[in-house]
Design a protein around this ligand. Structure first.
Ligand code: SME
Length: 205
């Protein structure tokens, strides 16, 4: 099967629960045992985003479309330059240690840095610090929401939690935005948390 076809959604899939199981299984096939997070998160963002566009019963029509799907990650995960001078000024060093950085995504351009300490910012910062999914039915009512796209009406952010040596390490978040108020619900939360767990165990961090 061509790789792009993994984002097609068969007509037999009717419920959100069936949809997320389908996306989960397609992502597992797509990653195929290759464990680099850059490649896997790139395909995950594209697969989720394009599968949602292809699921008309819930997300596919224009007004209810999901308009962004992507990742913010702790900046220490990012590859260091190999061929150019990597020296950072003190201000950039501080920002890198207190913020998540934009990772692979599908959708329109978004903010690059999201602060997590000393004070978390936005839905993403809150999900990171709370270590639990944050579901926002109406972003206008959410204190501190970061409006990367003024058209976004609702949002869900799911942390990526790595369990290592008895400790939970949050390596980043998976963020989805929707053009409709109340675009996401508990079924989406269950489906995305399962996908987040798949991503965590399928990559080297
Ligand atoms: N709205 C997010 C910021 C990221 S964008 O949605 C892509 C937040 O409040 O954290």
């Amino acid at each position: 099967m061509p790789h792009a076809d993994t984002s097609l959604v068969p007509d037999s899939i009717k419920t959100k629960s069936e949809f997320w199981t389908h996306v989960h299984d397609q992502l597992e096939i797509l990653m195929g045992g290759q464990r680099h997070w850059v490649s896997n998160l790139s395909n995950a963002a594209s697969l989720i985003y394009n599968s949602l566009q292809a699921f008309p019963s819930n997300f596919g029509d224009g007004e209810r479309s999901v308009n962004w799907c992507g990742f913010y990650l702790i900046s220490s995960l990012f590859p260091q330059p190999r061929f150019t001078d990597a020296s950072m000024d003190p201000e950039s060093q501080t920002r890198a240690s207190t913020n998540m950085l934009l990772g692979p995504f599908s959708g329109r351009p978004a903010c690059q840095w999201i602060e997590v300490s000393p004070r978390p910012r936005g839905v993403c910062g809150d999900a990171f610090v709370k270590r639990s999914t944050v579901l926002v039915l109406d972003v206008l009512t959410y204190p501190g929401h970061i409006a990367c796209d003024g058209d976004t009406k609702s949002e869900i952010v799911c942390p990526l939690i790595l369990r290592k040596g008895g400790e939970d390490i949050v390596v980043g978040v998976l963020d989805l935005d929707c053009l409709a108020i109340g675009g996401f619900d508990a079924d989406d939360q269950v489906g995305l948390e399962r996908i987040a767990a798949l991503i965590i165990r399928s990559c080297d961090w």
